[in-house]
Design a protein around this ligand. Sequence first.
Ligand SMILES: NC(=O)C1=CN([C@@H]2O[C@H](COP(=O)(O)OP(=O)(O)OC[C@H]3O[C@@H](n4cnc5c(N)ncnc54)[C@H](OP(=O)(O)O)[C@@H]3O)[C@@H](O)[C@H]2O)C=CC1
Ligand SMILES: O=C(O)CCC(=O)C(=O)O
Length: 448
Amino acid sequence: MENIIKKFLQTVTANNPGETEFLQAVTEVAESIIPFIRANDKYRDKQLLDRIVEPERVIIFRVPWVDDNNIIQVNRGYRVQMNSAIGPYKGGLRFHPTVNLSILKFLAFEQTFKNSLTTLPMGGGKGGANFDPKGKSDGEVMRFCQSFMSELFRYIGEDTDVPAGDIGVGEREVGYLFGMYKKLTNKFTGVLTGKGMSYGGSFIRPEATGYGLIYFVENMLAAKYESVSGKTIVISGSGNVSQYAAQKATALGGKVVTLSDSEGFIYDKDGIDEEKLNWVMQLKNVRRGRISEYADHFKSAKFYKDKKPWSVECDIALPCATQNEILVGDAQALVKSKVMCVAEGANMPSTLEAINTFQKHKILYAPGKASNAGGVATSGLEMSQNSLRYKWTHEKVDRKLHEIMNNVHAECILYGANESKDYVDYVKGANIAGFVKVADAMLAQGVV
Ligand SMILES: NC(=O)C1=CN([C@@H]2O[C@H](COP(=O)(O)OP(=O)(O)OC[C@H]3O[C@@H](n4cnc5c(N)ncnc54)[C@H](OP(=O)(O)O)[C@@H]3O)[C@@H](O)[C@H]2O)C=CC1
Ligand SMILES: O=C(O)CCC(=O)C(=O)O
């Protein structure tokens, strides 16, 4: 089996030179899917994984725009349309200076499995640009978004490809993108999700990834007769996912002690309660400031410049910033501090070695494609509401989100529990459960 996996990965490596993040994501999936395919005649010799790793389409385009000093700037825009076997391409847009094809291919690949896990009819896609919204005026961000959409609009649509937010793309950016799409096509449709509440957005979509993460963690802990209540929780990042994970964890009686951004982390020994979190939301979503300011404002906190929070003692660790933020040494530090559960709000925040470390020590570990699926699931609910031209209540969407996360967890157990049922390999469980639905649809649709 090892040789078959090795040969497959050699081919993917040769076909995608230098795409380290994409190869990392494929390696993690191949290790659990190839043995499953070989053990099931239905999936054998159909080159399913060979087809899934090849994007159906990649669009790369120029994004010229004019900054506030009247200087012309140029960025590169992308949309990776990875797999449409079970529905229109669906996945966020990332605006960050590090964006490149490898990163967007890894995200689109993971998204294919994640979206399948939600059981909603959404294929996998991802896009973005190497544009940095940090430090830009609202006017600059608007002009960039308009230029980005003036090319992307040809390739998307409510039944074709439905983008949303990701790092650097929040409600402000989605608003500008939607406005330009509407102007260019003269259509008011559910072409983007994460929209504002006044023009077709869904209740709970802003909260969904963070809330869904905590619903998933509650499921993981319940199997050990534990809960979030009374636990010390370390969170990285301070953006959308981190904020709402912190909010829900605190509401359930957990004590969140860290948040971070790309300049370092803050540790608040007294916990980041609701009032302090509201202050953070104002800082990050309105003033667009740095997390270090928290330690200037709250005397119970200390700022650790250029450091990550993984050496802080905790029961639960929730990486919610970016890919590969937990290296093997960080995983070892968490194991040493007797972490009970690590659940990913970010996409692929743990390296393969870090995942091995958690699993070797039988830590409850959930990969992002399962534990952060609540965001895209609620985007799927936003699409349903847009098709219905209707808006469900806050309570109804939250209840549906909760049910979906319970179901994603159950699917992971189904395919990931070991024979003696005393440990769940959530990586294996999520990969196989996500694969089955996509593979069945691909088989039914022929070689296309
Ligand atoms: N938004 C969503 O619905 C979903 C998001 N995700 C994933 O969750 C993660 C966070 O996304 P989201 O909260 O939406 O994004 P935001 O842009 O709202 O926040 C991102 C946060 O991560 C920090 N960060 C970004 N890059 C780095 C880096 N290289 N090193 C250290 N910190 C970094 C940012 O700090 P700074 O401001 O300094 O850059 C910021 O605090 C991403 O991995 C995303 O793919 C997954 C599912 C859904
Ligand atoms: O809501 C969406 O469509 C995208 C969410 C996303 O980007 C993700 O799940 O990583």
